[in-house]
Design a protein around this ligand. Sequence first.
Ligand SMILES: *Cc1c(COP(=O)(O)O)cnc(C)c1O
Length: 403
Amino acid sequence: MSKSEDIAGLFDQYVMRTYSPTATLVTGSGCKVKNPEGNTFMDFTSGLAVHNVGHCHPKVVEAVQDQVATLGHVSNLFYTPRQALLAQRLSKLSSLGGKCFFCNSGAEANEAMIKLARAWGHAKGKYEIITFQNSFHGRTLATLTATGQSKVQKGFEPLPVGFAYAAFNDLASVREAVGEHTVAVMLEAVQGEGGVLPADEEFVVGLRKLCDEKGLLLLFDEVQCGMGRTGKWFGWQHFPVKPDAFTLAKALADGIPMGALVASPALSNVFKPGMHASTFGGNPISCAAAMAVMDVIEEEDLLDHAAKMGVLLAEGLKMFVDKYDQVLDVRGKGLMVGMILEGQAKDIVDLCREMGLLCCAAGEHVVRFLPPLNVKEANIEEALEMVGDALDELYGEAEEDEG
Ligand SMILES: *Cc1c(COP(=O)(O)O)cnc(C)c1O
């Protein structure tokens, strides 16, 4: 079974169709991946903001290989050194100065953060969490309820209680949503799945103030925009605020499944033994991968680089806004960039793939670009050419007709 179509056939026969895969991939290196026929694609999805240091970074590969051959897993019934070191590093890096909890995915990290907020507010009868329209927080029952998109919730009712929704970047709507049971406000610094929409500074500063006034927790979901994606370690660091807790996952361990909840000191001892758990959480292999990822980001100065490359990519895409009426806007932060179309994002995503560039949709009208943080200028130029060709194929003739 070595051909794309054979693999896809077997996959579709035995794997539940929760996604609609579009290509078969078998190898990766840096920002390139290959299909079984040997065709190369430029990967500007990075496994959905997972491979922030590129596919198969030698330092990460080595760290995982060493650890898996030393001690793979013992469970949290026992102390392991790397989990302690990783927690210390995240605590210091975020300057929250508190403790961490480790798990295996974004949804699970958010589930932990929701439980932490509820445990913190329990004695005061507070449990409701305000989230935002078009947010995305995961697919477990609690996190899909936190997600402010009805398409994610439809068919799974009745939903858990304890969530209220407000409009993103609209402080007045949050004020209105606060009730006697409200315990926290939870947001993404840059909404990812909802359409690559950054939070405004005024809004975030206002949220922090409002939370302080009302005795609420301010929680950030950094699952997609964390780990350097926006040009800072964490998206909330673009604003002069500190959260009470935040979550990480996707890029944290570069494809080894891992999630984390990072809390301020005030929340660090809310969970007592037995209140929350995860069998695989913080196992030595995922911790080794995460430590290697953080080493690479520091050694290769990838935060600055991502910020610079992000400007280059966004500026390049903005040329298309001038060129085509159907390209409405470009927005984002660092290497989390969205190109907003009048039409369907999927059409451009499909055409880009035919040209050799992998990107993805975020909602119906936004084409999302998530290259690795160590992407080179030449890669960005190459990608922009392919996007240009795709736009030209879809919109070019119409332009001529109109002209
Ligand atoms: C992807 C994502 C999640 C869910 O992460 P999983 O690992 O798929 O459970 C949660 N929040 C945000 C912001 C995400 O982008």
